[in-house]
Design a protein around this ligand. Sequence first.
Ligand code: SAH
Length: 499
Amino acid sequence: MVYLVGAGPGDPGLMTRRSLELIASADAILYDRLIPPGALDGAPPGAELRYVGKEPGAAALSQEETNDLLVELGRAGKRVVRLKGGDPFVFGRGGEEAEALAAAGVAFEVVPGVTAGVAAPAYAGIPVTHRDAASAVAFVTGHEDPDKPESALDWDALARFPGTLVFYMGIKKLPLIAERLVAAGRDPGEAAAVIERGTHPGQRTFVGTLAGIAERVEAEEVRPPAIALVGPVAELRETIAWLERRPLHGEVVAVTRARAQASSLATRLRELGAEVAETPAIRIQPLSVEGALRAAVDRIEEYALICFTSPNGVRLLFEALAAAGSDARSLAPATVAAIGPGTAGALKEAGIVADVVPERFVAEALVEALEPVAVEGRRVLVARAAEARDVLPEALRGRGAEVDDVAVYETVAEPLGEACRAALERATYVTFTSSSTVRFLMESGARPPASARIVSIGPVTSATAEEHGLTVDVQAEQHDIDGLVDALTADAQSRRVPA
Ligand code: SAH
């Protein structure tokens, strides 16, 4: 079975559910250049991934070779995903591939995608149709040479077309396109727009007149992929533009926490309009279940108090419980404490509502919040990171508790690859969510760029940052991810030059 699948215009969030399902179950994926970053991340480990796109100028594989390959793989009974940018049937040569498959008798399915000609204008605040401004829209290829007599484009008809003209692949030919349209009678003063890398971080939009847009595009050095659009709807950008108005638009925010934990922070930052640079400096390394953790699990029902200082601690303790054939019920006799809402959230997922969560999310505050809990002469479990501070277990021991201080994981350095280092270079904000993110980033030799603002989750992390020679520009008031995002956003807003 062959699937002709549209991957959308570039923003990974615009991939369809069906496309992700098919990618996740493919035997082979034949993909083009213009697919969203990370589009292949969900492919099964054994899948054959093959680039068949065409570089401008040179072809990796001719269209005939691609068609033949699709037929061959389809006949071999493979699940083949032919993944294309945008929609497969809009200037994607998907029609030709479908014809080849039909002719060969190979079964196929077509999965439409969000096409760039609609999506890039939408992200620029330009609706391609509008009740007052355009009651039709034409998708036009700008690829062919408008000077050739055999041009398939009817310039007179396009000039007369009563609606928005959207040109794909036309950025290099824009001067000729504009000239042809005007020569054929289209109003040179009509609004026009060009959108470069639509829906990607760093999308650029330029609005002008039909007569003037090509010059603007040249001056701004617009590069493909870009969409050119002609029509009064382009004027609506002034009112409708939304992307640029998001609070973190234009910011590149580096996230140094472990990749496995980065997603909630990254998602929130992206929703606020930031480009996120994932530059994980650390990785969570579970410690062996044997030894102290095993002993703790074996006597779990003896604890009067169980303290968790991170979501990882929760996750790993419950994994160890499960491995021992037990579950959340074995925590029933204990008072359960979480250092903050993230940890409490992880507990909730495991079926436990934390009894104690301090108002400030640092060990000292947890110690205080635990004062009413009777611990003298009783057994207490602290499940934590190997490198965590001793504040909590020491305070509990000081109150006469018998503390099992169990390291369930350690934080180790994650080597920063070339791409991560390059991304870090571009950061306007660098976020640190723990002392270990600071320490391991600085030990890796990578440095936040001098112009970047340094954001810390709280006083302990800030102190570590200062020790490493960094100046903390922003410190979260509430020491969790929400607090960090709020503080960063407020800082960005306060520095924004009013338009
Ligand atoms: N099948 C694709 C189009 C392929 S033709 C679709 O439906 O979107 C390639 C052209 O699409 C590019 O030359 C450019 O004009 C346009 N394009 C693709 N992605 C784009 C993007 N993110 N921003 C602007 N234009 C884009």
